[in-house]
Ligand binder design. Structure first.
Ligand code: PAF
Length: 297
């Protein structure tokens, strides 16, 4: 099958490396130089100290007309509006899969309601090392659920595809909320405190902060069971103890973070319900301040 991947970040490259083993993959990048690099040399995947290279096609997204039936959109949430604005580029696409964090972007997806639209949650550890190299730092799974239409062309992605497990879920809202809770608690705290995920559990004062933030977040998100949600946060923190969160990495590399999509979304839910969330507000502002200092200065 022909598969398109919009975005040449860590997730886009990871998908290209695994799906490219069995399918014809085209990566659509923001920078023409990255597209050239990928088309000439392929995607390099580093796992357990070994590197494998997978050939892919690549071209810049700007001005492209995608003709793959199945396309994954892997750009960060704050870049999604620009991608969705190029709606004509997707005219021939039948099935779109969106892999953004947070939930604030869901309204934007309604412009594609005449297609099969899926959303997904990536639980793999992936680190982009350069424009064509990605390290697979933790094997997890990709969970997908249909949001508009059916699973469409995504049905052809078999579970366990090339060592890259794919799981199917019925309830798209549930998978996104569950991921949002984890990201809302772990990411901003690790980024602010400049620690690996595991430190949040090891140090009693950090664990306390984690619990306070969780207690506020769970008040405004539609969770079935808050205790299980807390257990999930702790479990993922433990499982990824040795990782730096994506928000930590964004700040460390002077990049914009996804704080608006994650805690910003939670705060908006609080406002809509008339619930004040002082801890979440404090953490949100602290990350915004740090982000501004690092991105601008
Ligand atoms: O965004 C991240 O870094 C990850 O989703 C997670 C699970 C918090 C682990 O670092």
């Amino acid at each position: 099958m022909n598969i398109g991947i919009v975005g040449g970040g860590a997730v886009g490259l990871l998908l290209a490396a695994y799906l490219g083993r069995r399918h014809e993959v085209t990566v659509y990048t923001r920078r023409p130089s990255q597209a050239r690099e990928l088309a000439e040399h392929g995607v390099a995947l580093k796992t357990d100290g070994k590197t494998s290279v997978v050939a892919v096609r690549a071209q810049p997204f700007a001005g492209a007309e995608l003709d793959e039936p199945l396309v994954f959109v892997t750009v960060k949430q704050y870049d999604l509006a620009a991608v969705c604005a190029q709606i004509d580029a997707f005219r021939r696409v039948r099935t779109l899969v969106f892999l953004q964090n947070g939930m604030g972007h869901l309204e934007q997806l309604s412009v594609f309601a005449d297609k099969n639209v899926l959303v997904g949650v990536v639980e793999h550890g992936a680190l982009k090392l350069d424009d064509r190299t990605v390290a697979h730092t933790g094997v997890g799974k990709l969970t997908l659920a249909s949001c508009y239409g059916s699973l469409g062309d995504a049905r052809e992605l078999r579970d366990g595809e090339s060592g890259f497990p794919i799981e199917w879920a019925d309830d798209w809202e549930r998978i996104l909320v569950n991921k949002l809770v984890v990201n809302a608690v772990i990411n901003p705290l690790t980024a602010l405190l400049q620690v690996k995920n595991g430190a949040l559990l090891e140090m009693a004062p950090y664990r306390d902060m984690m619990r306070q933030l969780f207690d506020e977040v769970q008040k405004v998100l539609p969770l079935d069971d808050a205790n299980r949600a807390w257990e999930r946060v702790v479990h993922i923190c433990r499982k990824t103890a040795d990782n730096y969160s994506s928000m930590y990495m964004d700040l460390a590399n002077g990049r914009r973070t996804e704080i608006d999509a994650i805690l910003g979304y939670v705060l908006k839910q609080g406002e809509a319900r008339g619930v004040t969330l002082p801890v979440a507000r404090f953490v949100f502002s602290a990350v915004k301040g740090k982000e501004r200092g690092m991105v601008d200065g």
